[in-house]
Design a protein around this ligand. Structure first.
Ligand SMILES: [Fe+2]
Ligand SMILES: [Fe+2]
Length: 306
């Protein structure tokens, strides 16, 4: 894992060398990387536990007043409580573990980056990331039981862009213009301008934030899920998350580009990388994704948060 995540210069280009050195410096300097609250760290651990109970979630959510308030707000706004919701446990019972996990991760991740003064359009950024998180979970559950790691991988997939935009603003402008001119994705342009892309930076950030290694790998390979770099897969599962995030990212980009048009359900077959496990499981592929529903829910998730 360390080899895959270490960032090194792949060419003799001196501009690349200085950018990569700077990125490595930033990654070493803990104050440049946001930290999760204690509650968020515990929630990440709970997400990896298949049989996590409402009681365990109640305990962790109660540790963080902001998170607790948000859970109560969402539970009340769902509107099916017969009487006012009085405590966290009641809220969690109403909302359910999966939804609580999503709220908790969204609040924790947005909170961790709230003090970060990048000149990013945060609304757009988090809309994209929350939508990808929801779609990643939606895609993954066609193939297996989801644990919460899928949502978190989607939520964090583009987190490296925060570093690129904040510390390399001039290069970032060139990336935007170049990607439009050359009709390629940002990661390819970043690689040619900076010598490193947001997927590499994001994965290294996740590593320093002690996020689960499977999530680090999904972030690292979300633009190249079929990369031979992670083809050696001891448990036959390491490419799964990256492939789901990659497909979710493409669906979300399509939605954002066609925002003014009505959003129709899409078939996963259009987005699954060729040669991936998805192509061998046609039944799951033919099921359409209800993008309209996920867009509306994403807007609801972010209401009042930004
Ligand atoms: Fe990306
Ligand atoms: Fe993305």
């Amino acid at each position: 894992m360390d080899n895959i995540l270490s960032i090194s210069v792949e060419s003799d280009n001196s501009a690349h060398r200085s950018c990569v050195d700077r990125v490595n410096e930033l990654l070493k300097n803990k104050s440049a990387i946001p930290t999760f609250s204690q509650a968020a760290v515990k929630l990440c651990a709970l997400a990896q536990k298949e049989d996590a109970s409402i009681d365990e979630f109640t305990h962790v959510v109660s540790l963080d007043p902001g998170l607790a308030a948000r859970c109560l707000y969402v539970a009340s706004s769902i509107g099916f409580a017969a009487r006012p919701i009085e405590n966290i446990q009641q809220a969690l019972m109403l909302v359910g573990v999966r939804q609580i996990r999503r709220i908790a991760f969204t609040v924790a991740v947005i909170g961790a980056f709230s003090g970060f003064s990048a000149r990013i359009d945060w609304k757009k950024f988090w809309f994209h990331n929350v939508l990808v998180a929801r779609l990643t979970e939606d895609i993954a559950k066609r193939y297996r039981e989801v644990t919460g790691m899928e949502y978190l991988a989607g939520l964090l997939h583009d987190i490296g862009k925060v570093i690129v935009e904040h510390y390399f603003p001039k290069e970032f402008e060139h990336v935007i213009v170049g990607a439009i001119e050359k009709q390629c994705n940002h990661a390819q342009m970043e690689k040619s301008i900076l010598g490193v892309d947001h997927a590499q930076i994001g994965a290294a950030m996740c590593q320093s934030m002690q996020i689960h290694p499977h999530i680090q790998r999904a972030v690292r390979f979300h633009h190249e899920p079929m990369s031979p770099a992670h083809a050696s897969d001891p448990d036959g599962d390491l490419g799964f998350l990256a492939t789901c995030v990659c497909a979710a990212d493409q669906v979300a980009n399509k939605v954002i580009m066609r925002r003014k048009e009505p959003i129709q359900p899409v078939s996963l077959a259009e987005f699954a990388p060729k040669g991936s496990f998805m192509h061998q499981q046609q039944n799951a592929l033919s099921l359409p994704l209800d993008v309209q529903k996920e867009v509306a829910k994403t807007e609801g998730d972010l209401a009042g948060l930004l």
